[in-house]
Design a protein around this ligand. Sequence first.
Ligand code: HEM
Length: 148
Amino acid sequence: MTDSTQHDTAPAYGTGDATYQAAGGIEGITALVDRFYALMGTLPEAATLRAMHPEDLSGSKRKLAYFLSGWMGGPKLSKEHFGPITIPEAHKHFPVDMQSKEAWLLCMERALIELDYPEAFRRYLMKQLAVPAEVIRARAEMEARNRS
Ligand code: HEM
């Protein structure tokens, strides 16, 4: 998961905790997740995605921020606080389709832009996030087909 398009002396994203550090540690990730969910509440494209979530987003925010911490090479807060999860399994009962997957990625991309992360970091992270997002969609659609 290294990125040869980085031009500074920092370790490449994906190496050790470089991604976590570039995100600003848990404070940066918390701000990113807050902005992500704020956008989910306002972007028309994300209305269906928002409706999959509870009214009170505090638990959803904490779970996502803690997960991203470990996923980016930082402290494994999700595992510590909530125990191990597998991402496709955790989403299989939600009606995720191409539209809601794209909406999730759109909210994240807009949040990264609004928080002024460098373009190279945004591109790297969006490429990485698209991988689990696609696995989630494929798994959820398979579950939905099996139920019908
Ligand atoms: C494909 C688009 C996605 C959709 C539609 C989606 C939707 C959801 C929904 C509706 C929840 C439940 C929130 C709650 O009950 O509080 C959730 C939880 C969660 N999502 Fe996603 N999500 C997507 C992608 C992702 C990605 C790419 C990641 C990580 C890289 C992620 C990480 C999580 C985590 C860690 C939780 C908490 C799971 C748990 O502890 O049960 N999601 N997601």
